[in-house]
Design a protein around this ligand. Structure first.
Ligand SMILES: Cc1ncc(COP(=O)(O)O)c(C=O)c1O
Length: 453
């Protein structure tokens, strides 16, 4: 039996020897040691050595309500005192899951009424695709099985979610992926696939959706899945009319529209949901991350009444043991209560505008190509040449270099890109903390700029 980890040294050794880290070279952990947080309060974190950090990314766009909320702890323990686990299989229910489903129906736009609970974002995406396919089957359209997503989009790493995602580096090691998934250009104005600029472009990127649907055959498409403000591509928020047009095209062809709010939802982009910002109601919405602010693992897919009604006389052939876990639902309910009570979406809009204004000053750096964002969902994109927008070689690992320097300066950023730094602090962040984040970023980028010159 290996010795159980107790001391700090043992934990650090254990991280090097016993864990397969996510999206990380093991070598890096072995050489530099794990970045291991042991405590969090508000927007502050403390690592295993006692050093304090500002959480610049809500860990992974998750902790919207901030760390160490006593109310959520109390809600979870109160539920534990009643019952810790009960399933949603076979007609059995539990109280927090029912109450959370009712709450989600109330706060989401339009006639989104019924929720299927899962454990995280990838499962929520898998669920939306399965519901779309079975829905069309029940409507007598079994050939509607194809799913359209976008290149550069991230929707998770399980096989279905990965097949929908458009990030080549994530896909390549696992080819062949599932059949039936297609991808269109992202609405990435900074690097437009068509070499055009908005509004003169008249949204060529939307037209490619219509072209693809016509090419594939409209009666073969089950759903279109999109993340409103694209996170992995670096806070890409398309123009207001983009999603209205996507909605129109989906309606025209009888295709279901799924908006992936796993990352955008629960105040992150300055409204409770990005769908609200764009003024549309999707046929399904997926959630995770900010749904519980990470206090418990939970995800969900909410569907319109018309979809749910299909499953009155026929069973939705889908289920997950931990879907609707009572402790996770209790945490999510209390988290939503906090987000509403403290008006965190409005706070995110206000602080996000301040953050973006500050970040814009970084455009003076020769390697900063673009700074963009919506609410507390912002990104900095690096380039080799500002004018030509030539990319830095992936080998330079620019975002990692910046991240390392930020970490040394006491700012926690959880990098997930080669050439972008994501800044997305908890929605309770204050101006002083934003100033500290941006000052540290200014210094870190300056150092990296000199190093690679
Ligand atoms: C937009 C979006 N969808 C889906 C996922 C997958 O979520 P999870 O990692 O919880 O499976 C993520 C995760 O970052 C995401 O950002």
């Amino acid at each position: 039996m290996p010795e159980l980890v107790e001391s700090a040294e043992n934990v650090i050794q254990g991280a090097k020897e016993a864990v397969l880290p996510h999206f990380t070279f093991l070598k890096e952990v072995m050489e530099t040691g794990p970045k291991l947080m042991v405590r969090g309060k508000g927007v502050r974190l403390w690592d295993i050595h006692g050093k304090e950090y500002i959480d610049g990314m809500s860990i992974l766009w998750v902790v919207n309500a901030g760390h160490g909320r006593e109310e959520i702890k109390e809600a979870v323990t109160a539920q534990m005192d009643k019952i810790s686990y009960a399933t949603l299989f076979g007609g059995y229910f539990n109280e927090p899951a029912v109450r959370l489903a009712q709450k989600l129906a109330l706060i989401t736009p339009g006639d989104l009424t019924h929720t299927f609970f899962v454990s995280g974002g990838s499962e929520a995406i898998e669920t939306s695709v399965k519901i779309a396919r079975q829905y069309h089957q029940l409507n007598g359209h079994p050939n509607r099985y194809k799913v359209i997503g976008r290149r550069e989009a991230y929707h998770g790493t399980t096989y279905g979610a990965l097949s929908l995602s458009g990030i080549k580096a994530n896909r390549t090691p696992f080819e062949p992926l599932l059949p039936g998934f297609r991808h269109i250009s992202p609405p990435y104005c900074y690097r437009c696939d068509f070499g055009k600029a908005y509004p003169e472009c008249d949204l060529d990127c939307v037209r490619t959706l219509q072209q693809l649907i016509e090419f594939e055959g409209p009666k073969t498409i089950a759903c279109v899945v999109m993340e409103p403000v694209m996170s992995a591509l670096g806070s890409v928020a398309p123009p207001q009319e983009y999603y209205r047009k996507i909605r129109e095209i989906c309606d025209q062809y009888g295709i279901l529209l799924v908006l992936d709010e796993v990352n955008n939802g629960f105040g992150r982009i300055g409204r409770m949901f990005a769908s609200e910002h764009y003024g549309i109601t999707p046929d399904m919405m997926t959630f995770a991350k900010g749904l519980s602010s990470g206090y418990m693992p939970i995800g969900a897919t909410i569907v319109r009444r018309g979809i749910a009604e299909k499953f009155v006389d026929w069973m939705l052939v889908h289920g997950l043991t931990f879907g609707g876990h009572p402790l996770a639902c209790a945490a999510a309910l209390k988290n939503i209560e906090i987000i509403e009570k403290e008006n965190l979406p409005a706070r995110s809009a206000e602080m996000g505008a301040y953050l973006l204004e500050k970040l814009k000053t970084l455009e003076e750096h020769s390697i900063v190509g673009d700074v963009r964002g919506l609410g507390l969902h912002t990104s900095v994109e690096y380039v080799k040449d500002k004018k030509t927008k030539e990319r830095l070689s992936g080998r330079v690992r620019i975002a990692s270099k910046v991240e390392e320097r930020m970490y040394r300066r006491g700012i926690y950023l959880c990098r997930a890109s080669v050439d972008k730094t994501y800044i997305a602090p908890p929605l309770i962040v204050r101006k002083e903390e934003i100033d500290r984040i941006v000052n540290a970023l200014d210094e870190s980028i300056g150092e990296v700029e000199k190093e690679i010159a």
